[in-house]
Design a protein. Structure first.
Length: 117
């Protein structure tokens, strides 16, 4: 699996060079909250502030999408992901798609120039 420090929103990783592009990779998760969860979140909404039940649901969906993207990048032959982004869309009432995507690449450590003595 690709390590988190080899995933970036940038188009390169400092100290590394891209030797191969493996293509666009993605992880997609579609989630909904149960009726009980919606009821409990509705109570939290009544009192205001952070709706922790929805925050937890969103974080779980993002993490699952992120992990699927990492897996797909590894299967595509990459050891890093550049240009990583998230997107989310409503699929139906109370149902949301979370997408994590980026470009899988193969990175190699850049050779550091040697200093003359």
């Amino acid at each position: 699996m690709i390590e988190n420090h080899f995933i970036t929103t940038a188009l390169e990783l400092e100290g590394y060079r891209i030797t191969r592009h493996c293509g666009v990779v993605r992880g997609i998760v579609v989630r909904s909250r149960s009726a009980i969860g919606n009821f409990a979140a509705g109570i939290q909404t009544f009192f205001g502030g952070n709706i922790s039940l929805y925050t937890e649901l969103c974080e779980q969906a993002r993490q699952e999408a992120f992990d699927l993207m990492r897996q797909h990048a590894f299967e595509a032959g990459g050891n890093a992901i550049i240009g990583m982004r998230y997107d989310a869309n409503d699929v139906a009432a109370g149902v949301t798609e979370v997408l994590a995507y980026g470009t899988a690449v193969v990175l190699e450590l850049r050779e550091q120039p040697t200093q003359a003595s």
